[in-house]
Ligand binder design. Structure first.
Ligand SMILES: [Zn+2]
Length: 261
């Protein structure tokens, strides 16, 4: 079976400052991207539906949006509706109605959707998933804390959206085998990392790879990315072995982080 493209978005229509600029796409560009994907024959779905459609042999792209910025309700959802597209939206549950305090560079005040907004979003056909209880790298939390965060955030979301919550997304993208097992044990069906490549259907559903959609991805570039993955164009720094990063971060926890997703 072919690979499933899973696209990773963050903010829509809210420019991000400095080095965070790649975390936002203009609203008009999102519309152009979705239109091009639809015309190319892709069904545009949330991740649970996309995994099922892909397994059934349909040509699909999964759309995912991280963090739950207010602009998802104010900008993105209308674009999705116009494109007859759905998506999965991942939120850190203790930050609902707050701000993106984990972001630096002047973006920490960006407002996040509250529980009522999320209920509306879910009622509109968007899949809501957990991005942890708090937006910290969970692979270096004490295991009991990680388990608590996984359970708590799922319970909170199921209460808010009044439906089963299957989707999880690792804050900052980091995961390890023990954490993947904990995500499964907490009842989630799949979990997103970053990965920067297409998701192969025989891979671990608790380490779904995604493609980061940037503001310079015009429709033609995005179609190329979706068809073939980044094709080795990633900077070497992004291919660095994760275990070395994890060690470095373990000693740096408690200080200001430098990762952002
Ligand atoms: Zn995030």
């Amino acid at each position: 079976m072919s690979d499933l493209p899973v696209l990773m978005y963050h903010a829509v229509g809210t420019p991000m400052p400095g080095r965070l600029a790649d975390l936002s796409v203009p609203t008009g560009l999102l519309a152009e991207q979705l239109s091009a994907l639809s015309e190319a024959g892709y069904a545009l779905l949330g991740l649970s539906d996309a995994l099922a459609a892909h397994a059934a042999g349909r040509t699909a792209v999964a759309l995912t949006f991280d963090d739950g910025y207010v602009d998802f309700a104010e900008q993105a959802i209308a674009v999705l509706a116009a494109a007859r597209a759905s998506a999965t939206l991942y939120v850190p549950t203790r930050d609902l109605g707050g701000t993106a305090s984990w972001l630096s560079d002047g973006a920490s005040g960006l407002p996040l959707l509250g529980p009522d907004d999320l209920a509306d979003v879910a009622a509109g056909g968007i899949e809501v998933g957990s991005h942890g209880a708090v937006h910290v790298p969970m692979d270096v939390l004490p295991p009991s804390d990680a388990a608590d965060h996984l359970r708590e955030s799922r319970a909170v979301l199921e209460d808010v959206v009044q439906r089963r919550v299957d989707a999880f997304c690792y804050p900052h993208g980091y995961h390890a085998r023990r954490l993947r097992r904990q995500v499964a044990a907490a009842g989630y069906a799949h979990a997103c990392a970053i990965g920067h490549r297409l998701h192969a259907p025989d891979e671990d559903p608790y380490a779904v790879s995604r493609l980061h959609v940037r503001p310079d991805h015009d429709p033609a570039t995005l179609l190329d990315l979706v068809a073939g993955g980044p094709r080795g164009l990633l900077p070497l720094a992004k291919r660095a072995a994760t275990p070395a990063w994890r060690l470095a971060r373990r000693t740096a926890l408690g200080t200001t982080g430098t990762t952002w997703t």
